[in-house]
Structure formats: structure tokens, C-alpha cells
Design a protein around this ligand. Structure first.
Ligand code: ADP
Length: 496
């Protein structure tokens, strides 16, 4: 059954989220506590959600360990492939419902959440393919005598996945896909701001026939449930997506058993526009590199470097584009920019708007919270463009995670590469030019995990995504992602 979430009460809005999935059973938190999930467009409570803590994480990790040591161990790659394909079919069938849950829970417009089908369904099908492509190697050795040597690839074991709220459906799938493909088991801790889609996805995992304990979902707060998962001595790997400050805590918490860690963290990505670019494409491209998802994307191109001779014209056009976007409740299909996810995020972003003005940046668009009519009830900040930004300003250095562009002029290519790299982050980067030499020079010169040329935010399950520097380590997507969920075992046989 597919539920129209905007018109019908969805079971997860109507009490079902008070339970979480542990060891194949829907159970209440051991403490009996729940917390409220808020609709950021209206400020209203959407649902009461089970508040997992260290005790629930213990139960979930034990279930995941039992499943890992049990029959799941003997499930063949081909059978895991079928499970992933079944899950992909279910996600496709229920895609509108899942997208609508994302919209209600974290605010992104349905025009966005409903368009990301391939990042969810395509990812599961890509990992279905990867499940049957895992292989070790036969390696020639030089020992005296007769020895054969080869490698086996084995699942790392129990994975703790901690995800943020800015894309709950795809973030969950980007952890589930490689875990299931490789034969790991998983305890997924959704963000407290947006736990509903991951819970519904857990139900679809059951429907797909994934055995009990292989996928467990424990909602709860970061400082309790998240910290318990990151430090748990029986978790073999933590896959984390979130802020760099939490990433540092995760690394510290991993030391107890030296578990493997992969980190997809924040950014302050440069987007460089040369005067020779196709400006009609660069204006919307550079604007949506930040305004999409209200700027709540880790790789948003928030430092907009514009060649000085087109700086005034180009920034004015980006500002006009931002002012023309439709802001509102994400349930309206015409909405292009939704609210920020929470009151905390609203405080943080409006704090940076004030800092930008104090630092002497010139607002060309936006710059204040929106409080007209119904918008006052939600957490709305309009697309904002600050001009006259200097590299040393806080709005040019710190991740805002809101719809805020810091526009900076530059003169030549060597200078812009050096200035683009003057950040502690290195996640995304963009450049707009018709000159292939400039494109190559920047693609090699910028220290970041992705370079988008004449586009921004292009992503595909087969292409690796991840950070340099304080944007983290490890890659999601592509073959390397699978390797991160595998151990390599060397086997020697004396044959002579
Ligand atoms: P954001 O600022 O995007 O909310 P966070 O890094 O705070 O980013 O949150 C991302 C995820 O990390 C969420 O699921 C959150 O609950 C979790 N988290 C927050 N603090 C901790 C912590 N100390 N240990 C483990 N997980 C945490």
C-alpha cells in the first residue's frame, strides 16, 4: 500500500514511530521515553519518536552481532544481490511516500525530495551489482620453496551508521547499500531532527526479506545514542556523516577498540566563475549550488569567487535569481526553497547573517529571517548573497549550512587557486569556464574530493564522493566505498 502522506495520517505519524527496529522486532525504548519530531515549515509536532539511548544501542549491537555470526554469514553474494534488488523495488514503489516523509520531517521541498529517485533506488541497484563483484586476488610471491598466496575479502562485521538530517532517505541508503552488499550487519542511528524516513525504510527492509538483526534502526540524540554507538566495543566500523566537530568526537570515541571510521563531514566549497563562462548557465548553477536544500548540503558552493571584471554584474544576477525563488512549505509542489530544519539551525544561520553585516559584507539579496504570514511559524531564511566578502571574514571561513553565498572577487587563475584552497575543508568545488586549460588547471589545483566543471553537485552511485582535509576521509559511491566495508585476509598455502 502506498500512502499519500500529505493527505492521510501515515502510520509513522500516528504512533508507530514510538517503536524502533531491533533484532527484527519493533520495540519501545528501554527507558520508555520518546521525543518529538517537528515539522520545520509549521513548527508543529509531527510525531512522537522512540528515544533510544545507550541501553538500546547495546541491544541493537548485540542483535547485529548475533545476526553477523549467524546464518547471514552463509548468505551468498547472489542472495544478497536479490535482497538489495527487492529493497530497490520497494523503495521505488514507495518513493513518493518516502520523499513526502523527508519533506515533512526536514522541510526540503517535495520538488527536491521527489526528484532524487536515482540517489535512492539507483544506489540500491548499484550495490546489488557490487554484491556479486567482490573478489580477492591471487598474488605471486618470491618465497623459496612452493607457496601459494591469495587474498579473501571479508565483511568488517557490525557497522554503526550515524547520519544527519539533510537527506534522510539517501543518507540511510548510502550506508545500508554497502553494508548489505558486503555481508555486514548494521545499526543505523538517524538524526534526531529527521528520524521518520529511516524508520519507514527499516520496515521496507523487513518486507524485502532481510533477516532479523541484519538491519537495526535506533533513533535518539547524538550525545546519548550516537555517542554510545561510536564508542561501542563490539562495533567494528563507524560510518559517519555530519559536522566536523562531531566527526572529531567520533574519532576520539573510536579509540577504545580502534574501530574503523569513515567520515563525510562539512565544507566551505569554492565555486569559481571566469568571465569567459556561459553566464546564462553559471548564474542559476552558482545560485542553486547554495540555495538548493536551503544551503543544507555539505558540499554547497558557498564561497563564490567571481572574476573581477564581471563581479558586479554577475553577483547582481545571482541575487536577482535568489530573490525570484519561491519560498514556502515544501508540501506545495511550486516551492523551490523550504525552511531550515530546526529552531537551532535558524539561530545559527541568522547569527551568521548578523556576523556578515558586522564584518562589513554588503547584502545584495535576503539577509533577514522571513516572518510574513505563515512563514513566521516555520524556520525560513531567504536566499542571501553577501558581496564585498574578504577571505578572512568568518562568513568566508566557517560552514553556515544555510542559503548564504559569500561572493569574493578575484583577478587571475594562480591567485584564485591559492585563495580557494585557503580553507580547512576540501569537499566540493566548482568552476565555470569555456577555456579547457583553465578547467584542467583548476581541476588539478583545487584540494577537494569533487570538482564540478560547468555544473554543480552532479552525483552518481558509481562515482566516489568524499573529502580532503577536515571534510573527512573515506569515499561514498564507487568501488572504494565497498572496500571500506571489507577486510583483506591473506591466505598462504605451502604447496611443495
Ligand atoms: P548537524 O550539525 O548537521 O546536525 P551533527 O554532527 O551534530 O551535525 O549530527 C549528525 C549526526 O551525528 C546526528 O545523527 C547526531 O545525532 C549525531 N551526533 C551528534 N553528536 C554526536 C556524538 N557526540 N556522538 C555521536 N553522534 C553524534
Amino acid at each position: 500500500m502506498t500512502v499519500d502522506v500529505f493527505t492521510t495520517r501515515h502510520p509513522f505519524l500516528d504512533g508507530k514511530a514510538k517503536r524502533m527496529l531491533i533484532g527484527g522486532k519493533w520495540v519501545e525504548a528501554a527507558s520508555g521515553r520518546t521525543f518529538s519530531s517537528i515539522n520545520p515549515a509549521t513548527g508543529e509536532v509531527l510525531a512522537e519518536v522512540a528515544e533510544g539511548d545507550a541501553e538500546d544501542i547495546d541491544r541493537a549491537v548485540a542483535a547485529a552481532r548475533r545476526a553477523f555470526d549467524g546464518p547471514w554469514r552463509r548468505v551468498k553474494p547472489y542472495e544478497r544481490q536479490i535482497l538489495l534488488l527487492k529493497l530497490g523495488d520497494l523503495v521505488e514503489r514507495h518513493f513518493e511516500e518516502l520523499a513526502a516523509l523527508d519533506t515533512l520531517d526536514m522541510g526540503a521541498p517535495i520538488s527536491r525530495t521527489g526528484a532524487n529517485r536515482q540517489r535512492a533506488v539507483g544506489m540500491l541497484r548499484y550495490y546489488a551489482g557490487q554484491a556479486v563483484a567482490i573478489h580477492g586476488e591471487t598474488i605471486e610471491n618470491s618465497l623459496p620453496g612452493e607457496y601459494a598466496s591469495f587474498t579473501l575479502k571479508e565483511p568488517v562485521g557490525v557497522v554503526g551508521a550515524i547520519i544527519p538530517w539533510n537527506a534522510p532517505l539517501s543518507s540511510s541508503i548510502w550506508k545500508l547499500g554497502p553494508a548489505l552488499a558486503t555481508g555486514c550487519t548494521i545499526v543505523l542511528k538517524p538524526a534526531e531532527e529527521a528520524p521518520l524516513t529511516p524508520l519507514r525504510l527499516a520496515e521496507l527492509c523487513q518486507e524485502a526479506g532481510i533477516p532479523p538483526g541484519v538491519v537495526n534502526v535506533v533513533p535518539g540524540y547524538g550525545e546519548t545514542a550516537g555517542a554510545a554507538l561510536a564508542s561501542h566495543l563490539d562495533v567494528d566500523k563507524v560510518a559517519f556523516t555530519g559536522s566536523h566537530l562531531t566527526g572529531q568526537k567520533i574519532v576520539a570515541a573510536s579509540a577504545g577498540n580502534l574501530k574503523r571510521v569513515s567520515l563525510e563531514l562539512g565544507g566551505k566549497s569554492p565555486d569559481v566563475v571566469f568571465a569567459d563562462a556561459d553566464l546564462d548557465a553559471a548564474v542559476p548553477g552558482a545560485a542553486m549550488a547554495v540555495f538548493a536544500n536551503s544551503g543544507q548540503i555539505c558540499s554547497a558552493g558557498t564561497r563564490l569567487f567571481v572574476e573581477r571584471k564581471i563581479y558586479e554584474e554577475f553577483t547582481a544576477r545571482v541575487a536577482a535569481f535568489g530573490r525570484g525563488l519561491r519560498i514556502g512549505d515544501g508540501r506545495d509542489p511550486a516551492t523551490q526553497v523550504g525552511p531550515l530544519v530546526s529552531a537551532e539551525q535558524l539561530d545559527r544561520v541568522t547569527g551568521y547573517l548578523a556576523i556578515g553585516r558586522q564584518e562589513g559584507a554588503r547584502p545584495l539579496a535576503g539577509g533577514e529571517r522571513l516572518t510574513e504570514g505563515d512563514l513566521a511559524k516555520g524556520f525560513f531564511v531567504p536566499p542571501t548573497v553577501f558581496a564585498d566578502v574578504r577571505d578572512d571574514m568568518r562568513i568566508a571561513q566557517e560552514e553556515i549550512f544555510g542559503p548564504v553565498i559569500s561572493a569574493i572577487p578575484f583577478t587571475d587563475i594562480a591567485e584564485v587557486i591559492e585563495r580557494a584552497n585557503r580553507t580547512s575543508y576540501g569537499l566540493g568545488s566548482g568552476l565555470w569556464t569555456r577555456d579547457v586549460t583553465k578547467a584542467h588547471t583548476l581541476a588539478r589545483g583545487i584540494r577537494a574530493g569533487s570538482v564540478w566543471i560547468n555544473c554543480y553537485q552532479a552525483m552518481d552511485p558509481a562515482v566516489p564522493f568524499g573529502g580532503y582535509k577536515m571534510s573527512g576521509y573515506g569515499r561514498e559511491g564507487g568501488k572504494q566505498h565497498v572496500e571500506e566495508y571489507l577486510n583483506v585476509k591473506a591466505v598462504w598455502i605451502r604447496t611443495g
